[in-house]
Each structure stands twice: as C-alpha cells, then as structure tokens.
Design a protein around this ligand. Structure first.
Ligand code: AMP
Ligand code: ZN
Length: 464
C-alpha cells in the first residue's frame, strides 16, 4: 500500500511500525458549531483511508480528539477562544455547548457511514496530562515562562518548519510585527495560558504556572501518545493544519520524546465553498442535515466526496451534488436489481480479477475516483451474473461504505393528505407566496418528508 507523505513530499510504501497494526491519529473537530460539509470531507477521506487499511488486513487503531477548549479564532495564539465566544453567543454553558456539537458531529458522521474512531478523547478531560507534558518540555529546556504564559521555544527545538518546509530563518529574522511581545521567537507558541492573557476565561485549571488553560496544540501531542504511544504510523488532518497546528504538534512531541514521532503525515485538501455564502448567524451553514432537508441522501454527499482524490480541491456546487445524487440513485436501483436473484454460480476468476483492480486503486494512495470507476465496471458488466456481481460489490462496499446490503427499492406511496399539501404548496409558489410555501415545507418536514423542487416546476417528496 502506498501513501503520500507530506513531510517527504512523495508517495511512499506504507510500512507499519508493528506488523498487522496501523495506528492512526486524526485531529478532531472543535465543537463550537455544527460541522459543515467541508469539515466532513476531511473526515470522509480519513474514513476511506481507514477502511482501505482494514481491507489491507490491518487492525486499525484510530484515535480522534475533541477540541473543547483552547482553539482560538486564529490557529495561532491570537483572537478569542472559539468555544467561549460561541457559548456567550448562544447563552449556554460552555461544556453543554461542547456536548451538543460533539453529538451533532457523530450524528452527521454516522449518517455519512463514517466509522467511529476506536478511541475518542476530549481535551477538557486530559488537562492534568497536558500539564505534565508541558513540565517535561520545561525540564528539557524547550519551554519558557514569559508574561505569565508558557511558550514552546521553536529555535531551541531545532527542527521547526520541516513538515511545512517553512523557511524558519526567514521567519525568525524577518521584520514581521509580532503581536505577542512575550515570545522569544516569532514562531514560538503557547503551551499554557494563564488568566493574565484572558481574564474572564470560564474554563480554568490550577497549574504550576498559575490558574489558566492549555494552548490548542498540546492536546494532540498528549492524547495521541497516551492512547497510541510515542510512535505513530499515520497522522491525518486538513491541509490548513500543516503550517501551524501540525508543525507545533510535531515540535512538542519530538521535543518531548527525543525521537521521530509520526511516520506518515496525510493531509486532506479542502472542499471549496467559494460561491456559497455560509453564515452561522444566518442559519445557512451547509451540514448533512441541511442537505437532507433539501432532499438529498447523506450518502449522495459521500459519493460526491469519492469523486475527487483526497489531495485535490473539490469545488462544491449543487449541480455536482445533483449529479452525485443521480449516480447514487442509479447505483441503488442497480444493486436492488442485482440482489433480486443470487442463485447463479460465482465466477471466481472474474471476482479475483476485478477485486484486484479495485485494490490496486485504493492501495495506490487511496485513489477513490478510480475505485468508483471499477465499481461501475462491475455493476455494468453484461457478462457477469448477479451472484458474481454481488460477491464483488459486497466486498468493495467494506471500503465504499454505501450500505449496499441495506439498499432497497423505494416503496412508499404518497397518500391524499400529502398530495393535498404538495398541491397547496405548488399553488402558493405560483402565487409567489413564499411564506406559505415555507410553512408547508415545515409541515411536511414534521411528517418526515423533504421536498425537492425540480427544474420542471414539479416537486418530489423524499423520506428523511
Ligand atoms: P475544526 O473543527 O475547525 O478544527 O476543523 C475540523 C477539520 O476540518 C480539520 O481537519 C480541518 O482541517 C478540516 N476542514 C476545515 N474546513 C475544511 C474544508 N472547507 N474542507 C475540508 N476540510 C476542512
Ligand atoms: Zn491536532
């Protein structure tokens, strides 16, 4: 199996530290808001990787953190704490808010068939471990106290910038105006904030440096080593994490352990939502739930994510999602047809050949678009009987994650009450009475139906 390794900028053969086991640490969500479909693209890609490793026979140990403290509005040490800001806006207790969005994250992940990590750990439940980690860094001369806060000394570490290939000398000696005068070097970052930085911080803990709270990056070094040990096979996250968050995690971990920490750094490109304005205050951030309300199946979004390689930008448009929904519906219909008669004899030679082709794609840096193409080759192959197709597809589905075994014919009837509501809504829309149209949409939603307006002016009901 081959994987692209950010630190070496090349595709490399995956060699695990321990035979038969793959350890994987993925930076989890900051639970201050609903996860949007961009965040979820990253978690979908991590799911494709995890399932690929499982197909390759590895026992995957997958750890993910939940950031419920310390992540500031900039990924560096400036701005407000995202959690506290949201708690204030929503007038909610900060931990209650964290649990609300954590639940939403897992609910939406589940709808996308993303496997739950084998271990999920919350930052606020590991603060003592973080304090001990920072103490070790201090003992090693890699951390210093300044202005009441504790900072990591990136120059002392000596290998800072290697992951993102940053020109650290340029950064150190550049004429950049540094916002935090307490730092010895511009790239240094906070390990522990005391209340001297944020006076009204609600989440605070006692520490050897005074009452305060941890910086954002330390949690990942601490929780990954607590649950996976000091050596990790794979570390994942979105590309935005390379330059700051992962560079800092690496400096902390390698500084503390005194050796290489991660063998493969895997980074997911963004879902671009350029032309779609999302704003939490307007209540229009694109989540899996909002796609469902618009009449899309969550797995249509999973399908869409699979059409682009994880290292390519994916531009989100509703046209692209419509196309993915159409392909997913088509797949559902074909799979239902295939499952109707499985009485034939499985062509073992064809099964082996096509699964090898599929594996070649996924084992080559998780090439999901090619894997999807092989899936369609099987679905459409007129020379294969249904038993053979199903034998192949059900194996592929362990990686694709479309729940093919649960795919069923859509067998619902629109009763007269629903039809009356649809007719009423159509009339309201013709009269441009949008308030009435929205009201009927809500009534239908309460009854478990989403309405999808089709280009020809008709509407379709979708069970949600
Ligand atoms: P956060 O909750 O902000 O810490 O982000 C959670 C994950 O989503 C991180 O791995 C980010 O890199 C990733 N992420 C954020 N925005 C996007 C996006 N538009 N497309 C893909 N991944 C993203
Ligand atoms: Zn992290």
């Amino acid at each position: 199996m081959k994987l692209y390794n950010t630190i070496n900028r090349r595709v490399e053969e995956f060699v695990p530290l321990k035979q038969g086991v793959a350890t994987m640490y993925c930076c989890g969500p900051t639970v201050y808001s609903y996860p949007h479909i961009g965040n979820l693209r990253t978690y979908l890609n991590e799911d494709f990787l995890r399932r690929t490793l499982m197909r390759a026979g590895y026992d995957v140990q997958h750890v993910m953190n939940i950031t419920d403290v310390g992540h500031l509005t900039s990924d560096e040490d400036t701005g407000e704490d995202k959690m506290l800001k949201a708690a204030e806006q929503e007038k909610m207790d900060v931990l209650a808010l964290a649990r609300k969005y954590e639940d939403s994250f897992f609910y939406q992940s589940q709808a996308l068939n993303i496997l739950r990590p084998t271990k999920v750990c919350r930052a606020t439940e590991h603060v003592q471990d973080m304090i001990e980690f920072v103490q070790k860094l201090q003992e090693k001369g890699l951390a210093y106290v300044s202005g009441g806060n504790v900072y990591f000394d990136t120059v002392q570490f000596g290998h800072y910038g290697e992951l993102s290939h940053k020109d650290i000398d340029g950064l150190q000696h550049g004429a950049r105006v540094e916002e935090d005068a307490n730092k010895r070097n511009p790239t240094d970052f906070v390990l522990w904030f005391t209340s001297s930085k944020f006076e009204n911080q609600i989440l605070q803990w006692d520490s050897p440096w005074g009452r305060g709270y941890p910086g954002w990056h330390i949690e990942c070094s601490v929780m990954s080593s607590k649950y996976l040990g000091e050596y990790i096979d794979i570390h994942c996250g979105g590309v935005d994490h390379v330059a700051v968050h992962h560079e800092n995690e690496r400096a902390q971990s390698e500084g503390c352990f005194g050796h290489k920490w991660v063998n493969y750094w895997v980074h997911n490109e963004f879902l671009q939502l350029k032309d779609i304005k999302m704003s939490k205050s307007l209540g229009n951030i694109l989540t899996v739930d909002s796609l469902k309300e618009k009449g899309y199946h969550p797995l249509a979004y999973r399908y869409l994510a699979m059409t682009a390689h994880y290292r390519s930008l994916l531009q989100f448009t509703f046209d692209a999602l419509d196309a993915a929904q159409k392909s997913f519906d088509n797949l559902t219909a074909r799979v239902v047809e295939i499952k109707k008669d499985l009485s034939g004899v499985v062509d073992e030679e064809a099964k082996k050949r096509l699964l090898e082709k599929f594996d070649k794609a996924i084992f080559n840096d998780v090439a999901m678009p090619q894997a999807l193409a092989v899936m369609w080759e099987v679905v459409k192959d007129g020379s294969l009987n249904s038993a053979t197709k199903w034998a192949i597809l059900s194996e592929m589905d362990s990686v694709l994650g479309f729940s093919m075994d649960e795919m069923q014919e859509k067998s619902y009837e629109i009763d007269s009450e629903l039809q009356a509501l649809l007719d009423e809504r159509k009339k309201a829309r013709q009269e441009k009475n949008w308030a009435k149209s929205d009201e009927i949409r809500d009534t239908l939603k309460a009854k478990g139906w989403a309405v999808k307006d089709l280009p020809d002016g008709t509407a379709q009901l979708i069970k949600v």
